[in-house]
Design a protein around this ligand. Structure first.
Ligand code: SDX
Length: 427
């Protein structure tokens, strides 16, 4: 790649350095552009903008490649565990047995929440969307853990990171229990991270809860698939919030709010609702036509991606996991057949082929989560639970980045030029 990008503007010939990473597209360093040209770049949606340097996750959208610290998502999903992937994202290397054991025990011992936090739930209506509850309760964590909100103290950053990763399953399970009117269960430190979450969600005080190891493995793999994903909207939200010096709990609450959108993490809930609305394979052509109709706002939820212009590698693993969970639970779901046929039809339709629209991570996840017993309203909560690992790792990377400064984009202003105030009596 050239070592400089040339720009000719307002009679000036300017050069901007081109920076290369280890893999992936080069970047043009335009940090001096405004000072030298009095002009901004214009990139709504940041389709051509690198906001930071990162070592965490690499995506090749054309090849459908996703690496976490260099390890392919398919290998991690098959051979690793969510706790091990969390350690990898936070520390940069796979842990040895002692390191993993210590990390796992540390996270386990942070799974309880302050007892007063339980009263927060009482303020919500029972039919509150669990994501609304999650936004509120996670934001409130900063009111309980003042001793880990100094972002300039590395020790406090580590404790806050561990607290967030450890407490998300507890809070997510509490949000579900509150919505179904059942009592909260305390964490059980004898269980795995994911087994503990399943028990807090589906267990009841009236009887013992047996964690199904196949479901535990499937859920842990689903968490791995959702752990991190480069500079997606919610991760960028966490980084932007963190760039102001806000405490980590507030930053993660901001990420949760952004993830909730149906164009982002809310798509898993929207995709299953879409499959339910389609209902039977014979109605697929009607919905494909609607998705292609410019005058119809309907989109195939769980399809398309800003970066992947090939099959989302996470969707491949997700589809395989559906078959495993169905075999274990000895269930079928006609919506899975609708999803498979919808994918088949869409991937042979010129509209989707030309626009390179493939199933993404959200297309099949709802079918599995529904089979395991989660209501649709919990799907994005589960996405947020897993993505907390990525958000926390990205937040830590941002805080320690020497290039980091408060995020403050500019604009192309096309509003009224200056004019004088007109008193009410003269309007
Ligand atoms: C996630 O960024 C990440 O990494 C996110 C994520 C993560 O792990 O963090 O991967 C998780 O958010 C996955 C995406 C979940 N969202 C959905 O499934 C919602 C449905 N998908 C779309 O809304 C859309 O594909 C986006 C939002 C995902 C991506 O949108 P882009 O990149 O801004 O693309 P676009 O909206 O400009 O679409 C390009 C074209 C448009 O047609 P034209 O105007 O060019 O004619 O493709 C069309 C769109 O109309 N299009 C679709 C479509 N997605 C895009 N048409 C029908 N159905 C769709 N799903």
């Amino acid at each position: 790649m050239t070592d400089a990008a040339k720009l000719s503007l307002t009679g000036k010939e300017l050069e901007y350095p081109v920076m290369s990473g280890t893999i992936g597209p080069d970047v043009i360093d335009i940090r001096k552009l405004y000072a030298q040209t009095d002009a901004f770049t214009y990139d709504p949606g940041f389709t051509s903008t690198a906001s930071c340097q990162s070592k965490l996750t690499y995506i090749d959208g054309d090849q459908g490649i996703l690496l976490h610290r260099g390890y392919p998502i398919g290998e991690l999903a098959e051979q690793s565990s969510f706790m091990e992937v969390a350690y990898l994202l936070l520390n940069g290397e796979l842990p040895d047995a002692d390191q993993l054991g210590t990390f796992d025990r540390t996270i386990t011992r942070h799974t309880m929440v302050h007892e007063q936090l339980a009263t927060f739930f009482r303020g919500f209506r029972r039919d509150a969307h669990p994501m609304a509850i999650l936004c509120g309760v996670v934001g409130a964590l900063s009111a309980f853990y003042h001793d880990s909100t100094d972002i300039h103290d590395p020790a406090q950053r580590v404790i806050a990171s561990h607290r967030l990763i450890a407490k998300m399953p507890t809070i997510a399970a509490m949000a579900y229990k509150y919505s179904v009117g059942q009592p909260f269960l305390y964490p059980d430190n004898s269980l795995s991270y994911t087994g503990n979450f399943l028990r807090m969600t589906f267990g009841v005080p009236a009887e013992p809860y047996e964690v199904n190891p196949v479901i535990e493995r499937a859920m842990d793999r689903i968490f791995i698939l959702h752990a991190d994903h480069e500079q997606n909207a919610s991760t960028s939200t966490v980084r932007l919030a963190g760039s102001s010096g806000a405490n980590p709990f507030a930053c993660i609450a901001a990420g949760i709010a952004c993830l909730w959108g149906p164009a982002h993490g809310g798509a898993n809930e929207a995709a299953l609702n879409m499959l339910r609305e389609i209902g039977t394979p014979d109605r697929i052509p009607e919905y494909i036509a609607r998705a292609k109709d410019k005058n119809d706002p309907f989109r195939l939820m769980g399809f398309g991606h800003r970066v992947y212009k090939n099959y989302d590698p996470r969707a491949t693993v997700m589809q395989k996991t559906v078959r495993e969970v169905f075999a274990e639970l000895k269930v079928t779901d006609p919506l899975f057949d609708v999803a498979l046929q919808l994918e088949e039809i869409a991937l042979n339709d010129p509209y989707f082929v030309e626009k390179k629209l493939f199933p993404n991570v959200d297309f099949y996840s709802g079918v599995i989560l529904s089979a395991i017993g989660f209501p649709t309203s919990m799907f994005t909560v589960l996405f947020a639970l897993a993505r907390t690992v990525g958000w926390v790792a990205q937040w830590n990377e941002m805080i320690t980045d020497p290039d980091q400064k408060i995020g403050r984009p500019r604009q192309l202003y096309n509003g009224p030029t200056q004019r004088s105030y007109v008193p009410l009596t003269e309007r």
